[in-house]
Design a protein around this ligand. Structure first.
Ligand code: C2E
Ligand code: MG
Ligand code: MG
Ligand code: MG
Length: 288
């Protein structure tokens, strides 16, 4: 019981004594129930990956695929990662999920490679806790070797907040990932912290403009200026820029006029299952 009370109080900050009420008990037990279910889901293979293509200038040139996790819950249907990843991130469960995703993404790459398809890098989303752990780089390099996949065919997406938590450690891990030729993207760029000094200290490849800025970029709003600033920043730092959540031709037009060339969003492609990706890779040629 004491453990649970501590666990809850953590969210409220330090030196903040909390009384343990029945309402809290119910929230906590719901949370722990969910954690147990996530654990079972891993064992019972209820997760799968879908892949969303990133297109260079037009629909034909696929330059990367982002792997996104889905949970086929036996009674609740498909559950979005936005619902269970934050809960998994509060415990070591996220490490298991991340490792499962790395394994599945590379297994998929191997299968596409075996089918003789034109390969493009697969991007996976990693939680911060995992990035700074000692086990990440050994795990990835073992999996690359096991499946016979080049490091250049793997990309890692991390959010800004993560990069700022332990920058020294991030610098070291990223240097190790660079040796394996793995690409690194900053996800949801612009929504994290205001300090930009980390951009010059880390070996990054790509900035992904968060979809909240893309949404109204065609309406001459502040968001238009933010998109423009991010695109210029990326260009001047020699980074690739990707606009995420692009849904309309008008957004594409504006972003292209601002200098953005790579787009990920429903306007081009929704996240898709393996069989659709196979068709797509079979008929398209990559620019990468
Ligand atoms: P994210 O990495 O920023 O991924 C982009 C999200 O935007 C995905 O939602 C994608 O389906 C959605 N999206 C793409 N294009 C459009 C569009 O045109 N319009 C709209 N409205 N949405 C679009 P999803 O798959 O629900 O994932 C949500 C978040 O959950 C991801 O955001 C990522 O942070 C996290 N996530 C997803 N898969 C994983 C995973 O395997 N591991 C970890 N640690 N996190 C994951
Ligand atoms: Mg992402
Ligand atoms: Mg994103
Ligand atoms: Mg996002």
């Amino acid at each position: 019981q004491a453990d649970i009370a501590m666990y809850w109080a953590k969210d409220k900050g330090r030196d903040n004594a909390q009384f343990f009420t029945p309402k809290m008990a119910s929230i906590v037990s719901k949370k722990f129930g969910f954690e147990k279910e996530i654990n079972e889901a891993l064992l019972l293979e209820q997760f799968h990956l879908v892949f969303q293509p990133q297109a260079f200038m037009g629909k034909e040139n696929i330059v990367a695929l982002e792997a996104l996790i889905r949970w086929d819950h036996p009674t609740k249907g498909i559950i979005s990662p936005a619902e269970f990843i934050p809960i998994a991130e509060e415990s070591s469960l996220i490490m298991k999920i991340d490792e499962w995703v790395i394994d599945q993404a590379l297994k998929q790459q191997k299968s596409w490679q075996d089918q003789g398809l034109a390969l493009v890098p697969v991007a996976i989303n990693l939680s911060g806790r995992h990035l700074v752990s000692d086990s990440l780089v050994p795990y990835i390099s073992k999996k690359l070797k096991d499946y016979g996949i080049k490091g250049g065919l793997l990309e890692i997406e991390i959010t800004e907040g993560v990069l700022l938590q332990d920058i020294e450690r991030c610098i070291d891990v990223m240097a190790e990932l660079k040796i394996l030729n793995i690409k690194i993207s900053v996800d949801d760029f612009g929504t994290g912290y205001s300090s930009l000094s980390y951009l010059k200290r880390l070996s990054l490849d790509t900035l992904k403009i968060d979809k909240s800025f893309v949404e109204e970029c065609d309406l001459h709003t502040e968001d238009t200026s933010i998109c423009e600033a991010i695109i210029h920043l990326a260009r001047n730092l020699n980074l690739t820029v990707v606009a995420e959540g692009v849904e309309t031709v008008s957004q594409v037009r504006v972003l292209k006029s601002l200098g953005c060339e790579i787009f990920q969003g429903y306007y081009y492609y929704k996240p898709m299952k393996n069989d659709q990706i196979v068709c797509l890779l079979a008929k398209t040629h990559s620019e990468a």
